[in-house]
Design a protein around this ligand. Structure first.
Ligand code: SF4
Length: 366
């Protein structure tokens, strides 16, 4: 077993190496999850706020005791990688109803592989210094309570919007974890809470998905509805979704701390296929084959083509009236006679355009 001094040197080496590998921050914590955190998590599940994400109910023992996930692990190195691409005009796209809004994290390549690969490189670099070290990398891929762990590792506080926030970097970043078997010195948890009296994310969430500060009802969250949920989107929520076809960033965009967000240095996260400003009708014209080709290696693949079309239907129903949109929706209704879910969403969208058409004609006549 290395001495305390050697472990401290190794911890410094890990942090420098993490920086060299493109991580914006790195902290080390132990594998203990506080009872209060687990209690809150269980209460959230019991309330059904996780919707149909049943996997969140499984492996509670491993979430509670991360060491059970990787036998022999004693520390978790938590890392942050910023994802906001430079020069994307986020607010403008949200204001232009005929364009598609895609969550900023999903405009480029999928982050899972990239971060796991870098974490593995970090583990290998550590192994060269300590041959006995065992490690395993995770990015959203296992029952890991990554936000509490990141907070414990000093990467930021958990805001009222339930995301980890750093006062000099906001919250537009990915998290990843490297479980290791060496007891490196741990970092000081981030115990300050800078939300204060602010409640912008709670008030301005388009679907009012926060039932209380720090408590999100995923069933109302646009990210959940457009990415995770494959069923019929509740009618009352459809108009509130606007032009968001894959995810939503509003609780981050309104957060004052995101004035300090750092643009990513990763070219892999740069927008592909002009997805940062695409027109809804252009995306609707994608065939399934085009969808599969253009979303290869992208997080958007997760939604699948059918869900992608469902989301486009809602956004087009919410778009300002335009004859071209009306005609495209009428065509889609005709195309999807055999698919009850899509037919219902396109019919709803067509009805929205029809209602707006009547208003449009009245205004033109005045
Ligand atoms: S918007 Fe305000 S309340 Fe919400 S997470 Fe940011 S600082 Fe906290």
């Amino acid at each position: 077993m290395p001495t305390q001094a050697e472990l401290a040197t190794l911890a410094d080496f890990a942090k420098h190496t993490a920086r060299d590998l493109g991580f914006s921050a790195c902290g080390i914590t132990d594998t203990h999850i506080p009872a209060e955190t687990l209690h809150q998590y269980q209460a959230w599940l019991d309330a059904g706020y996780h919707g149909e994400m049943d996997y969140l109910e499984r492996n509670i023992d491993k979430r509670a005791e991360p060491a059970r996930l990787v036998e022999g692990s004693t520390r978790i190195i938590c890392v942050r990688m910023d994802y906001l691409p430079a020069q994307v005009d986020t607010l403008k796209v949200l204001q232009q109803g005929e364009r598609a809004y895609i969550s900023r994290y999903a405009l480029g390549r999928d982050y899972h592989k990239l971060i796991r690969k870098r974490l593995t490189q970090l583990g290998q670099a550590l192994q060269q210094k300590a041959a006995d070290l065992g490690f395993r990398a995770f990015v959203d891929s296992a029952p890991v309570l990554e936000r509490p762990l990141a907070q414990q590792a000093g990467l930021g506080w958990i805001g009222k919007n339930t995301l980890v926030i750093h006062p000099r970097a906001g919250s537009l970043f990915f998290l990843g974890e490297l479980f290791i078997s060496l007891p490196l010195p741990i970092d000081t948890p981030y115990t300050r809470e800078h939300c204060g009296q602010c409640d912008a994310c709670q008030r301005l969430c388009p679907t009012q998905a926060f039932v209380a500060p720090y408590v999100l009802d995923a069933r109302r969250c646009i990210s959940y509805l457009t990415i995770e949920y494959s069923g019929s989107i509740p009618l009352a929520l459809r108009p509130l979704i606007g032009n968001r076809i894959f995810g939503c960033d509003d609780c981050q965009l309104v957060c004052p701390w995101n004035r300090f967000s750092q643009p990513t240095q990763e070219t892999d996260f740069s927008p592909r296929h002009h997805l940062d400003r695409a027109h809804l009708l252009d995306l609707l014209a994608w065939t399934q084959e085009e969808f599969l080709t253009r979303t290869q290696g992208s997080p958007i693949r997760r939604a699948g083509y059918r869900q992608w079309q469902r989301n486009l239907a809602i956004a087009l129903g919410n778009a300002p009236y335009h004859l071209e949109i009306y005609q495209a929706l009428a065509h889609q209704c005709h195309q999807h006679q055999e698919d009850a879910l899509l037919l219902e969403h396109f019919t709803w969208a067509l009805q929205q355009q029809t209602n707006k058409q009547a208003t449009f004609i009245e205004v033109q006549a005045v």
